[in-house]
Design a protein around this ligand. Structure first.
Ligand SMILES: *Cc1c(COP(=O)(O)O)cnc(C)c1O
Length: 389
């Protein structure tokens, strides 16, 4: 047995129930373990390696920047950070960006913006943030409070106060909360990733945006998982014709380096001043150079390919034996299987395919540029596994 398994068990806190696979190298959407066994990677590090493993354009961007300056404090300027902010604003119409290092931090920033915006405009009693049941917004105590799933909260209470969650679709519940305790912001995922790849009803998303606008409440979209081309649009909200006040993103943004971003629109762009927020590593030039190499390639052609590949996966899986339903958008796909999802994921590892679960579903988040042939080959292997009922 590999010594990495033993060492991990002895020295790393046991928060991850890992599969016994030690990945040592890879190229694109194929990775290899220490025994040389190959796997088609349909998880891409949970939607992180947007252009696959060891992608050359990404590698060049990273190595070029790393050989110049690997880090400077935010006391000074570096170009990749400003360039990336410009690109993100130009592509979204948002006005300003704050860079951090993870999805949870991107959401923390969004929440702080909503708190300060509401305090200044509506007074100190206006602080409640409404999120959705079954959501996932991160693991810090505040983003856990935002996460509308009780089982993540157990044994970690008290969490940050000021959060309420409602069922997706229940605008009346948001209005009711607002009557009792004024709402500062609503934060939602357009497709709940960890919650089971569940798309939120488009009419509800639009109704929330409208209600937020009418009540001067910040409409905030968590694009940590759905962002950066994943759903066939640059950000998932673009599928619904809405315009958030705040957008948080991370995962696939820098293609495999840690980078979070909170994008702020017209309304809240002036909320933060000097000293209101900060991050030592946030906006790191290597991570930003990496992100530029990713975001610049998420163009209409790539997004079209994401949609095409998505269609093929859906039509291959829908109605297949042992497949109860297929959900999601773009290359964020959930498969409800007759057999337990965890069994299928294990069997797929044996058969050379890495995929994820989300609640009771098998979840696919392949690299955006995965060759269609590779994708469909792996989906075929999943299908065989589903069919064994
Ligand atoms: C993964 C995820 C987060 C948390 O991101 P981290 O980088 O793990 O902190 C937050 N929101 C959503 C929707 C996510 O999928």
């Amino acid at each position: 047995m590999s010594s990495v398994f033993e060492k991990d068990k002895q020295y790393i806190l046991g928060t991850y129930n890992r599969f016994p696979v030690n990945i040592t190298e890879g190229k694109g959407s194929v990775v290899k373990d220490e025994n040389g066994k190959e796997y088609i990677d349909l998880g891409s590090g949970i939607g992180v390696t947007s252009f696959g493993i060891a992608d050359e354009v990404w590698q060049n961007a990273v190595t070029e920047q790393i050989s110049k300056v690997q880090h400077m404090s935010n006391l000074y300027y570096t170009e990749p950070c400003a360039d990336l902010a410009e690109i993100l604003c130009e592509k979204t119409g948002m006005k300003k960006v704050f860079f951090s290092n993870s999805g949870a931090e991107a959401n923390e920033c969004a929440i702080k913006i909503a708190r300060k915006y509401a305090w200044e405009k509506h007074g100190e009693n206006c602080y409640t943030i409404v999120t959705l049941n079954n959501s996932f917004h991160g693991r810090t105590l505040t983003t856990l409070a935002a996460t509308g799933q009780e089982h993540y909260h157990e044994l970690f209470t008290p969490l940050t106060p000021g959060f309420m969650s409602v069922d997706a679709g229940d605008l009346a519940a948001i209005k009711k909360i607002n009557e009792e305790t004024p709402v500062a912001g609503v934060l939602l995922e357009c497709i709940q990733g960890e919650g089971g790849v569940l798309p939120i009803d488009a009419e509800f998303i639009k109704a929330v945006e409208k209600w937020c606008n009418e009540n001067d409440v910040l409409f905030m979209v968590d694009e940590v998982q759905t962002g950066n081309g994943r759903t066939g649009e640059l950000y998932s909200y673009m599928n619904y014709g809405v315009k958030p006040d705040v957008v948080s993103t991370a995962k696939g943004l820098a293609g495999g380096l840690p980078l979070g971003a909170t994008l702020v629109g017209e309304k809240a762009q002036g909320v933060f001043g000097f000293g209101d927020h900060g991050s030592t590593f946030g906006g790191n030039p290597v991570c930003c150079a990496a992100a530029i190499s990713i975001i610049e390639r998420i163009d209409d052609k790539l997004l079209e390919e994401v949609k095409e590949k998505s269609k093929k996966v859906f039509s291959s899986l829908e109605g297949a034996k042992g497949v109860e339903s297929v959900c999601g958008l773009g290359l964020m796909i959930g498969i409800k299987t007759a057999r337990p999802a965890s069994e299928i994921v294990k069997e797929c590892i044996d058969n050379g395919v890495l995929c994820l679960t989300a609640k009771d579903k098998v979840r696919l988040l392949p690299a955006l540029n995965i060759p269609e042939e590779t994708l469909l080959k792996a989906v075929g292997i999943i299908k065989n596994s589903c069919a064994k009922i």
